[in-house]
Every structure is written in C-alpha cells, then in structure tokens.
Write a protein that binds this ligand. Sequence first.
Ligand code: GUN
Ligand code: ZN
Length: 444
Amino acid sequence: MSVLPSSLNNGNCDTAIRGSFLHFIADPDRQGDACEYLEDGLMILKQGRVQMLADAADWIDSLPDGCALYDYSGRLVMPGFIDTHCHYPQTEMIASFGLQLLDWLQQYTFPTELKFADRAYADKIAEFFCQQMLANGTTTSAVFASVHPQSVDAIFQQAERRDLCLIAGKVMMDRNAPPELRDSAESGYRDSSELIRRWHLQGRGYYAVTPRFAPCSSPQQLEVCGQLLAENPDLYLQSHVAENRDEVAWVAQLFPDNRSYLDVYDTYGLLGPRSIYGHCIHLDEPDRERMAESGAAIAFCPTSNLFLGSGLFDLDEALARNIRVGLATDVGAGTSFSLLQTMAEAYKVCQLAGQSLTPLKAFYLATLGGAQALYLDHRIGNFTVGKEADFVVLDLAPTELMQCRMENATTLEERLFALMMLGDDRCIQATHVMGRRQYSRSTA
Ligand code: GUN
Ligand code: ZN
C-alpha cells in the first residue's frame, strides 16, 4: 500500500490521474490479496513517478494549483503491458501464410530483414512499431532488431522519443542465413560492443546480446556472446530455444556434444538472470530445472506458437518450478501486438493442456510478472510508490458485443476475463509513459 503524505503541494505532486485502478502487489497464485483495486482512485505523480494511490474522494479537493489532472473516471487504469519477446523488423510480414518455423524463416523472415540495411526504412518501421506498442497499451518491450547495427539505432531512437522502456539488440548470425544477412564472430562482437556503449543504460534503454538461435551461430560466435556478457554488467541476453521439433533435431545435429538444445546456450555462459528465451516448448526435465536455477526467463508466445504450429507451452509446469515467465507477442510470427489478445490465446493454449489461466494471473503476467521476468520490477510493473508511472487506460466496452457482455458481468474477475478474451486495441483509450500521455485513441 502507498504511504500517504499528510498533504499535497507542488513539491510532491505535478500530475494526478483519476479512474478505477487495478495493479498487482504479488503473484495471485501465491497470495490471497495480491491485487489492489480502487473503484474511484486517484494516483498522484511527481516527475513521472508514483507518489501515492488512494481513494479519490479523500484527495481530489486537495490537488494543488498547477497540478495536471487526467480524469479517466469510468475507465480502468492498469500498469502498462510488458511484451517480453518480439521482432520489430517483422512488423510488415505479420500473418504470412502457411509455413512452420524453419521454412517461414527462409521464405518470409530473411527476405524481409534484408530491407533493414537501409537506415531510412528501419526508421520508418521502427516508428510504426512504437506507435503500435502504444496503441496496444504496451510500454515495455524486449525487441529483436535485424543483423544490421543501424536497425538497432533506429528502434532505440524511436523508443527514446516516446520514453518507452526498451530492451533491444542486434541479431547475431554467422551461418545458415543468406550471406547478406550474416555477420561474423568478430564483426558481431565489434558491432555489439559499439551498440552497448551507445544504448545500454541510456535513459530507459537496455542492451540485449541477441544471437538469433543456435542454428544460426557458430560455436565461435556463441563464445563471443558469452564474452560480451562477461565484459558488460547488467546486459540482457535474448534468443529462441526449443520452439519447433525440426529445429530441435537440427540443433542436435549441429551440436552433437551437447546434452540438449538449452545446454548449448548454457555451455557458452548464456543462461542466467536477464537471459530471456522465447518459446521453451520442447524442453525436457533437466532443461526446466536449469531454467529455474539459473534465473533465466521464458517468454511465452501463444499466438506465435499456434500460428506456426510449434506446440503447446506447459505454463503450469514452468510456474510450479518457479521459473520466471512473461507473456510475449513474438510479432511477426505472433499475430497480434495486443497483450489482451495474447492473454486470450494463452488461455486457450492452457485449456488444451487441461490447465486454467485465471484472468488475475493473466493480467499479472502481462504486468508485474513480466517485470519480474525481466528483472525490472524495481522500476515498473505496478503502482507502488517510487515506480515509473507507465500505465494504460482501458475502455471495457468499446464494442456493442463487449457492452452486452459487460452488462452481464457481476464481478471484477468476470469483467477482466471478458476483457482479455474479447478485447484488443479498441479497448486502449490512452497510454501514458512516465506519466505523460503518449497515445490517445480519440486523437489517433
Ligand atoms: N527462431 C529463430 N528466429 C526466429 C524468429 O524470427 N521468430 C521465431 N518465432 N522463431 C525464431
Ligand atoms: Zn521470436
């Protein structure tokens, strides 16, 4: 709970937000009172950080002169959504027909990513990508760029302009890709080092060493990735693992001395806190144990896993082992920028496995759970005092169908469930980053 100041003045308040508030203090599966809900709440900010969250009735008349008030009465305000894995260069090829992972990469992905050698093109798509994030209520993303260093500059610059929290990196791949898309162990090291200097810990930016996946990196390049991590404190590492059965078999051929696909990354020192692995569908028991003890995170990508026919991620198993799990769109294998849609598909994946993803758990994973997966929960993920005020303003009934459904929902959980199953970007009324409104549906 927030500590309430005895009074409000210009020294502790420059912005106030009124609305219904929902945020998580803990994992709802582990704690009974994990979420805080205020029907008519007031959140007070100072320089983009949360100062206080309390009942509006007690404080609305005490706002100091000059304090900006955003009145979202009747709307639901939640922490900004967190996307733990996606690819901005794939924005334009989202929803490309008919193939599974390895053919999809060859036929659609590599030709598209070739275009990002052109800085102007990268700028254009990076701008559109950031606009889509905001239009979907997403305020933090872990993003793959392309192999071209300039594609990384493009996405960090666009994110910086909007104050978005961004983890991003240059894809490293020195084999099994078209020659124009390959770097080398040496150039990958050099370019990544330069980008780390330029972007890591700059504003809200974090650099992620980004080997695409083991089949596209030589052992020398994977070694270089480990070297970069060892040389630079607090870096992220993002990659893919155990997404598709043919991919897993290919890795077994390429790395015959390793016990498993995950073990390849482990061997090169790429498994630890701030390592984010997309998919993790076809892991075995020792792999899962390593994920848990290493502190690495899984990015659960349900729309992508269904779209590419990759398989069903076992969420309950991962959570039972205390593995950090975040939700991820995996655009452009994923079919939506919306974390609401991603929650809906996650729910269906769980249903097919006989599991039940509750609405509270789904919204927790998209907010505080995602922040914990990314080791960013000291800064974002909920509205506790001192946190960076990234939030989304949700309209629960932007369509006639949702209106009809909401009229028949009697509890908060029922409304949240209908929101995640039926909702999408039409539900995003506004998105604020560090307190500032960066997107408004009415003026978009
Ligand atoms: N594995 C290696 N590269 C990719 C990619 O771009 N998307 C997905 N979904 N899986 C990958
Ligand atoms: Zn991916």
